[in-house]
Design a protein around this ligand. Sequence first.
Ligand code: BES
Ligand code: MN
Ligand code: ZN
Length: 494
Amino acid sequence: MRWSVVKSGVARTGGDLLILPVVEGDLAAVQRLTGGRDDLAAIVERAGFRGAAASTLPVFCAGPATGWILLVGLGKPDRISLETVRKAAGTAAQQARSMRARTVVVAPLAAETGLDAETVARCWVEGFEMGLAPAGTADARRSATHGPLVGKVVAERERDREALRRGVSQGEVAAAGCLEARRLVNLPPNQLTPQLLAEAARGIAKRSGYRCTVLGPAQLRTLKMGGLLGVGQGSRNAPRLISLESRGAPRGAPTVALVGKGVTFDSGGISLKPGAKMEVMKCDMAGAAAVLGAAVIVAARRLPVRLLVVVPTAENMPDGGAIKPSDVLTMASGTTVEVLNTDAEGRLILADALHWTCRRRPDYLIDAATLTGACVIALGQDFAGLLGNSSELVAVLEQAGGETGERVWPLPLVDAHREALQSKVADLKNLGPREGGALTAAAFLSQFVPEDIAWAHVDLAGPAWTDKGGPLGPRGGTGFGARLLARAVEILVG
Ligand code: BES
Ligand code: MN
Ligand code: ZN
C-alpha cells in the first residue's frame, strides 16, 4: 500500500472509503469531520454504535461528500493502548477489503486518543498493513482479493503533519519487517530448505545493505559444528550457518547479535513426532524469520549499531543417516552432548550458533527460537517465554514487547536447571525432565554463552503461529519477534 499525509478537509480528500476511528462515547470528532451532519449522527445512534473496541459500522452517506464511511471503535479513552490502535486499524483494513475499497482516507489520528500524532500514525499504518496481509500461499493466483492500494492520513492540524509523516513511514517499516518474517514462516518447507533460507537471507542482506556469509557443510565440518551437522545429517537438504552483518556501522557503535533458530521442518527425527498437526512444524524457523525481519527494520531505521544476525538452519528428518537417541555429539565448543531425544534439536543447532557468535564478543546477545512445546503449555499462544543472564536485557525486551504488542514473560533460569542436564556419558544431555521443559532448554543454551556476555533467550513456540486469524493477520505465521527485536535493538542503542 502507498500511504501519504494529506491536509485537513475530509470531504475534499477523495478516496472511496473514509475511515473514522472513534473513542467510545465520543462522537464529537465524527460530527466535526463530517461537517456536523445530523443524518449521520442519527444513523450512528440508531445503529447503537458507541465506539467499543474493535466494533465497526459502515455507513453510506448521500448528499454532499457522498460515499462510504467506516466508523471503527477504539474503546474507552483510558484503555487505549498502542495495540488498541493497531487492532482497530487491522479490523478496518479487513473491512475495507471486503468493501472493495481501493483508496482509504483515515482521520483523525491524534486528537481524541491521548496518544501523540506520530505514535498513532505509526500504529495505525502498522496494524493496517498487518491486518491486510493475505494468508501465505505458494500460489500467487490463489492469493486473496486485493485490499486497498492507497491510504491517506488526514492531518487535522497543520502542526501535526510532520509527526504524522514520520509515524506513517515508521509504521510501514515495522510492518514490512513483520510481513517478511511471516512470509518466510508461511513458505512450504520444500520451498524453504536450509539452502533456500540462505538464499532468502542473501536477498534480504542485499536489499537492506548487510554483508552476508553462508557456511555450508564442508565449512561447518571445519568448525566442528557437531550440533548443527548432527541435526542436519538425517536430511538430503544439508544445513547451513547464515550470518548478516552491518556494513559501515559508526565507530564505537555497540555490537548486538541476534540468533534465530532455523529448523525449516521439524519432523522430530528418529524421535518422530505424531502425525497430527505435524504440518505446523514448518514454523520451526520462526526464530530465524524474526531475526531476519528485525534486520530489515533495523536497517531502515539506520540505527547506530553493529548488527550481527546469525541463523543456524537445518531440516530435522529421520533417514538412515540420522542421529539416534544415545548418540554423542561433539559441539563446536568441544562440549559433548548425549542425544536422548532427536526432537530436542533446536538446542543442538543453537549451541553451535551461540558459541560461534560469542567468539565475536557481542555487547548484547538475544536468541529467538520456537524451542519448546513446554513453553506453549506454560504461557499459551499469546506470550513468548523470556529467560537470560542479564536483568538489563530482560527488562529491555519486556519494555519492547509492551510497546510492540509482542508480549514476553519472564521465566526462571537457575543452576538447578543446568544440573538437570547432567549426563553419565557426556558433558550434557539434550533432554531434561518433562516438567519445566522451557527452563531446562534455556539452561542447555546457557552452557554455550560465556557468563560475561549479556544474553536473553526468547522462546516463541507459542506466538509464532496462529490457528485462527485475527485483526492483525490471518491463520499461519504471525511474524512474531521481528518488531520486538528491532525495538529492543533501538532501546539498547538509543
Ligand atoms: N520445534 C519444537 C517445539 C515447538 C512446539 C515449536 C510447538 C512450535 C510449537 C521443538 O524442537 C521440540 O520438538 N521440542 C520438544 C522438546 C522435548 C523433546 C524435550 C518438545 O517441546 O516437545
Ligand atoms: Mn523438535
Ligand atoms: Zn524444533
